[in-house]
Design a protein around this ligand. Structure first.
Ligand code: NAD
Ligand code: DAU
Length: 334
């Protein structure tokens, strides 16, 4: 079986490639990745001989057509993925997340290829802190940011291509991932690498926004479960019951790294900052039998901290530029 993994040099896609090569000897992998700032090809260097790595854009229709024609399955991770960047300049988000997904859908339609679409819980907007509800597959779409609105639009394209053209697709909407190889612009690796660099962690606003954390390996195992057993045309929510305030995540990172629990700064809030995400993954668990392996967030986070401590070569060359970018908009407020 040949799998085309778009965005396979980014955080979740690269973990998917490494895990697939490790666990599925019957699968051959082609990666299509534009190698934007978010990619780190170093991640795939150890498996370079075992994959085809194609540098290219998912919106390049000729290239996509050629690659899709030669594959049995497309797993579509490629995206512009960072909310803060989408607020600064949404254009690449529209181009990659909407136009790029359209190009892939047209190609799988032409060639009759199975397609799995990776998406996010952010398409459902946010919840109040005291709301007992969690997102389900029946929740209404209500995205807040340019990033989440383009992901929502891409999900709707997939649904329409299933219904109108009979494309054999499934969709998954997952909560916040953490784990190795995550770009240091993102919350958890940014704060870990701040502390490792002697810089105080930065919390947006009051630090009480809640995210529902899942280890990247649990996400990718769920993706394979859906590919293997999911019903065509269905959406599955992926989550591991990992709700935490941002402040408690920072306090845990500080504690694990032997720093005082209050050694962080509050900085200006993200415009339109979603308050809380929470996933009810009952469908995935009851229909397909998936269960997360990382049920203790603190130990998964500790292992992730160890990974960044042991792999400074992977992130240190990029740290200064990332922090300089944040410094242009961020002000310490407390
Ligand atoms: P990432 O930013 O780390 O990686 C994205 C990858 O896509 C990069 O390698 C980049 O070079 C590539 N890419 C970007 N534009 C491209 C284009 N036009 N053509 C080809 N390749 C392109 O992102 P991530 O965090 O690994 O997220 C992967 C997917 O998972 C995204 O679709 C995202 O919306 C979704 N998702 C992420 C999370 C999360 O917590 N990170 C949670 C749920 C869903
Ligand atoms: O929910 C899934 C989504 O999770 C994915 O679709 C996105 O691709 C992924 O980036 C992530 O989006 P968030 O906006 O939730 O993640 P981020 O890591 O940017 O921020 C997590 C929380 O931490 C959020 O409440 C903002 C806050 N934050 C972030 C940074 C970078 C801080 O308080 N300080 C920071 O320095």
């Amino acid at each position: 079986m040949r799998v085309l993994v778009t965005g396979g040099a980014g955080f979740i896609g690269a973990n998917f490639v490494l895990r697939t090569l490790d666990q599925r000897p019957d699968v051959e992998v082609t990666v299509l990745d534009k190698l934007t700032y978010a990619a780190n090809p170093v991640t795939l260097a150890p498996v370079a001989e075992r994959i085809d790595l194609v540098k290219g854009d998912i919106a390049d229709t000729d290239l996509v057509d050629e690659l899709v024609a030669a594959t049995d399955l497309v797993v579509h991770f490629a995206a512009e993925s960072h909310n803060d960047n989408s607020l600064a300049d949404p254009s690449s988000f529209v181009q990659t997340n909407l136009v790029g997904t359209f190009a892939l859908l047209e190609a799988v339609r032409r060639h009759g290829v199975r397609y799995h679409h990776i998406s996010t819980d952010e398409v459902y907007g946010d919840l109040d802190l005291d709301d007992p509800a969690r997102f389900t597959e029946a929740s209404a779409y209500n995205p807040s940011s340019p990033y989440s609105s383009t992901k929502a639009g891409s999900d709707l394209l997939v649904r329409a291509w299933v219904r109108s053209f009979g494309v054999a697709a499934t969709i998954s909407n997952c909560s916040n991932n953490y784990g190795p190889y995550q770009h240091i612009e993102k919350f958890i690796p940014r704060q870990i690498t701040n502390v490792l660099s002697g810089v105080r962690p930065k919390l947006y606003g009051d630090g009480l926004n809640v995210r529902d954390w899942i280890h990247v390996d649990d996400h990718n195992d769920a993706v394979w479960t859906i590919i293997d057993k999911g019903r065509i045309g269905e959406t599955y929510l992926i989550g591991a019951d990992g709700e935490e305030t941002n402040r408690s995540v920072v306090e845990t990172i500080l504690e694990v790294l032997g720093q005082p629990a209050d050694a962080f700064d509050f900085v200006t809030d993200r415009p339109g900052h979603d308050r809380r995400y929470a996933i009810d993954s009952t469908r995935l668990r009851s229909e397909l039998g998936w269960r997360p392996q990382y049920v203790d967030f603190r130990s998964g986070l500790s292992a992730t901290i160890d990974w960044y401590r042991d792999n400074t070569d992977w992130w240190q060359p990029h740290k200064q530029a990332v922090e300089q970018g944040y410094a242009t908009t961020e002000k310490v407020i407390g």
